[in-house]
Design a protein around this ligand. Sequence first.
Ligand SMILES: Nc1nc2c(ncn2[C@@H]2O[C@H](COP(=O)(O)OP(=O)(O)OP(=O)(O)O)[C@@H](O)[C@H]2O)c(=O)[nH]1
Length: 388
Amino acid sequence: MLSTQQVFLIASLLCFVTFLVLFSFRENGVKGIRQIILATVLGMAGNILYAYGRELSPFFAYEVANGVYAAASAVVLAGYRRLFKRPGHTRILAIAVVGLTVAIGYFHYVYDSFLARTAIASLYQAGIAGAIGYTLLRARGEWRRPYYPKLFILAMCSLIAAGHLVRVLRQAFVDNPPTSLLEPSGWNVFVLSAGAFALPVLAFGALLIAHRRIVLLAEHAANHDYLTGAWSRRAFFDLGNREILRAARTGKPMALLLIDMDNFKPVNDTHGHAAGDRVLKEFVHEILQELRSIDSLCRMGGDEFAVLMPETDQTGAVTVANRLRTRAERCHQFFSGVTVSIGVATLQAEDTLNSLVTRADSALYKAKEKGRNQVSLEHGHLLQPYPT
Ligand SMILES: Nc1nc2c(ncn2[C@@H]2O[C@H](COP(=O)(O)OP(=O)(O)OP(=O)(O)O)[C@@H](O)[C@H]2O)c(=O)[nH]1
């Protein structure tokens, strides 16, 4: 069987390994990660102090070890709360850590009681585990798949809280409770293992959640245009191919609009790039007001956009295109003279996404050629400006 010191050293090593992985995530913009990283460092220190503090002095083994480990747990809780966008309650947690350390000191120097010290430490750790579980449950409306990291953390919090409470009850009611933290009895080693491994396990749970968040952030960054928030060119091809397959399966029509701003370059040249950026953002905001939730607005590059319109025939696509053109023309936020030209194409039986884009592109080219601020259909049919 492991000795109690070995248990603390293994827990410390687990904290270190979790720290190394979390440290590589620190710049990824996931809130709460920095707190969990700090907690693993404190957890490492706390476990080493539990293992060897006595060799320095009882003060290190009792007050410092418990204080540091309590701080580690409090910081884990603060990290979880930030991870789930809840206030960290740093001041309350700091008061709890100081209170615990003072209480340990009282039951060391004033009224020396090993049982009171362990009971206080266990109740504190049970409270922290309960608070983490509660934070997760309160945030369950925001849970996204996969659910197993959250369920894992909930299960661990329940076990940790239950384990600490059983420890307190057992010590209060059995005849021969342990008399020292490092006592090598089977029960004591079991209880210490549960307590010492709690912190790296909870940090590991946070790591699972942070990893998922980072994957989602990376997916979002790849699929969205950073400036406007519209779908990216990359996403356009994924979404477009998916919609073509769906249209083939359901037999429903599908349309594509290619939109290019007119006279956008002078905005940059006259008012600067920042003003041009603002026009692009406002344009996307305005256009989205006119689209259904199943339509996808994509930024193809520069001042060119595409709208994928499932379940839309030519008449519907032209109606929407004209609405977009009019809205851009009327929008007061735009710099005067910025209008849009739009090419419209609808899916044919033999179409691929590329052939559909090519036809919409040549329609757009015609709209530009005929003087801009126009909606043009594939096969060269130019539509009159929308009646206003
Ligand atoms: N501010 C800003 N400008 C951009 C961005 N991407 C591309 N541009 C500029 O957009 C302009 C697009 O060029 P054009 O399409 O020829 O400009 P235009 O004046 O609209 O020309 P027409 O379409 O022929 O009417 C170029 O000046 C690019 O530098 C961006 O992200 N922000």
